[in-house]
Design a protein around this ligand. Structure first.
Ligand code: PMT
Length: 392
């Protein structure tokens, strides 16, 4: 599965560094060409010669003075995927904050390839707000996190903080580099549209774009060809084609121009817009008794109506329970509808988590537990890929 693929393994300083020797072995067994970076702290736990024997090449250990004048750019451009395992709190902090003070952080800042980070540390360090802040930043910036797992930790205590097993990391890397997926064209909408009333005011909603961006990034990590039509001011992975829009009309235009095998409509498109948008700022002195509204175009309906209709996933932001969403799934003729109750704390708009119910085209429901938006994105893509495979 990894035959000939170029994998960079960065090992940072933790007891779990010994497991990265096994990881390197598994990657080589899977056919990958592996290059290794060891930080100074990693070398306190494991020797360079171990990795040299496993991978057939000396590990890189410093930003300066080795065989190349610029090892971080060489490695960043060489690799098709980079893994940091184990990833310590300090490396995570440096990468999250763009501090390129060692070879690992400088390489990660330079590479445009997907990066998988496997944290390992004591539970208290993992749960510290600073670490969690950094982890959230990494996720927002498009890094893929795996683990940590729970279990016995160095020092005899038990809790969350163990690096995940090498075999799981290899599986994740295989999924990231899966060649079959590159042909699937995924179109995602995200964010809340803004419908102008005048140059400074608009009719909008609370969508942050986090849900749609998480889906686009996850799809890109799997190697899909992804177009993200977004009304949100968030970043996306470099391999995602981003089309920035503001209004429902612009979103319709952008979506119309994109062929797709799968369309995932996570945007909160305003259903109405001010019928007239004033060219100048409406002044308080002039007064405004009422605002006349007109309906916006239904972007999702335009995709469902295509002759070459993609697999269509709608989202439903509801406040009155799942019943309306079940109706919506059938009426809108989607293949799947993702319902979220936007009144539930930690769910729907703006949060990093979401509790959703998946509804199929016949109205069958499948409730999912509360999880991060990245996890929702991942499970949703698993489900879509499964449904497409079943159809094929
Ligand atoms: O962006 P976040 O802060 O992360 O929040 C995520 C979210 C709550 C916005 C997201 O999970 C979500 O529920 N998105 C859909 C919100 C919504 O507008 O639902 P709706 O029931 O009004 O629309 C149903 C479907 O039709 C949606 O797929 C929507 O994109 C689509 N639609 C709606 C109106 C319209 N004019 N055009 C559309 O395409």
């Amino acid at each position: 599965m990894l035959q000939g693929r170029r994998v960079l393994l960065a090992v940072t300083g933790g007891v779990a560094a010994y497991k990265s020797a096994i990881l390197a072995r598994r990657l080589v067994e899977a056919g990958a060409e592996v290059k290794v970076i060891l930080t100074d702290s990693a070398r306190e736990f494991i020797g360079a010669q171990t990795f040299a024997a496993i991978t057939g090449g000396q590990p890189f250990t410093t930003l300066f003075g080795e065989t190349s004048v610029s090892p971080h750019t060489d490695l960043a451009r060489w690799c098709e995927v980079a893994i940091v395992a184990p990833a310590t709190a300090s490396t995570i902090g440096r990468v999250a904050n763009g501090i390129s003070s060692d070879l690992v952080s400088a390489t990660l800042l330079t590479t445009r390839s997907p990066v998988l980070i496997a944290p390992a540390m004591h539970t208290e360090m993992w749960e510290h707000p600073a670490t969690q802040r950094n982890i959230n930043t990494l996720e927002r910036d498009g890094y893929l996190l795996i683990g940590p797992a729970s279990g016995a930790l160095a020092g005899g205590d038990v809790g969350i903080g163990r690096v995940v097993e090498p075999e799981e990391i290899v599986e994740a890397v295989e999924a990231m580099l899966s060649p079959d997926d590159s042909t699937l064209r995924v179109l995602v909408t995200a964010g809340g549209t803004r419908e102008p009333l005048d140059p400074v005011r608009y009719l909008g909603n609370r969508s942050s774009g986090k849900m749609g961006h998480a889906i686009a990034d996850e799809a890109a990590r799997r190697g899909f060809t992804v177009t993200l039509v977004t009304a949100a001011d968030l970043s996306a992975l470099p391999t995602v084609k981003v089309v920035a829009v503001e209004t429902a009309d612009e979103m319709l235009d952008a979506v119309s121009g994109e062929d797709a095998d799968v369309a995932i409509m996570a945007a909160a498109v305003a259903d109405f817009r001010p019928s007239k948008s004033s060219e100048g700022k409406i002044s308080r002195a002039d007064g405004l008794d009422s605002i006349e509204l007109s309906p916006t175009p239904d972007v999702l309906a335009s995709v469902v109506a295509r002759d070459e209709r993609p697999f269509v996933v709608g989202f439903a932001a509801e406040t009155e329970g799942v019943e309306r969403a079940i109706e919506k799934a059938v009426v809108k003729k989607v293949d799947l509808l993702v319902y979220n109750d936007v009144t539930e704390p930690g769910s729907g708009f703006e949060s990093n988590t979401n509790r959703v119910v998946l509804i199929d085209g016949e109205g069958q429901t499948e409730p999912w537990p509360m999880m991060s938006k990245q996890e929702v994105a991942s499970l949703l893509l698993d489900r879509i890929v499964g449904d497409l495979a079943a159809r094929a």
